[in-house]
Design a protein around this ligand. Sequence first.
Ligand code: HEC
Length: 236
Amino acid sequence: MYAFASLVIVSCGGDSNAVDAKSDRSVQYFPNMYESVGYETYQEGDIFEGNVEAQLPVEGTVNRGWLPYEYANSNEGYASAKADLKNPLPYTEENLASGQELYNIYCAICHGTKGDGKGHLVKTEKILGVPSYADRDISQGSIYHVMYWGINYMGSYASQTSIEERWQIAHHVDALTRDLKGQDVQEFVTVEDVTSLDTHTEGHVVEDHSVEMHNEDSHDGDHDSQEENHSSTEGE
Ligand code: HEC
């Protein structure tokens, strides 16, 4: 009986040694799967500036879908945006509806859903000095400008919203202002009008955004196909 037990122990010990020996392989299959041929992100390397692989993008590089905003955060910038900057998005029902939705998320808390300056934070006296849009001399350009840079107690919305979203909000703020001032409701642009508009407005913004969306889509596509590959190997 004892002899049998010791035999089991010995054989266990023998087994674990065997595992160690197994994990110490002297031959590597496809070594470049273990030791990457390409550079690793933060790897050191003499040929790189500062001896690190991770380098800054070339000066002047811009993100895809991002466009520089050329009006400065100053009184002059405000004045020229107000006078010259036009909304590149057609005034369609869809754009207005998205604008309203975004406005209610980001702006109504102070400005009120009607734009009369009676939002929740104003009513509960958490913030002062929120104007009714009717009391300000604003244009779509100036609305966009203040969303981009902020103004006094109002912060910037540049990081939360895309170019397209800001212009959709600008349409909605404009519509609210007209309503507050008792002006006529602006007519929606029809699909035929939009196509003729596209040819002579600076449609950069709209076009670029669609490029960005397209990329996101194709990226998703890649991702899906990777997942498919992955699961099919699992099945094997
Ligand atoms: C935290 C409260 C708050 C939020 C949220 C807010 N605003 Fe304002 N907004 C203000 C205040 C305060 C002013 C007055 C600033 C001033 O002129 O001193 C103002 C002014 C404005 C003006 C008039 C600026 C001018 O040219 O006279 C516009 C247009 C405007 N906001 C649009 C927006 C839009 C669009 C959003 C949402 C994306 C937004 N605001 C979100 C507080 C807010």
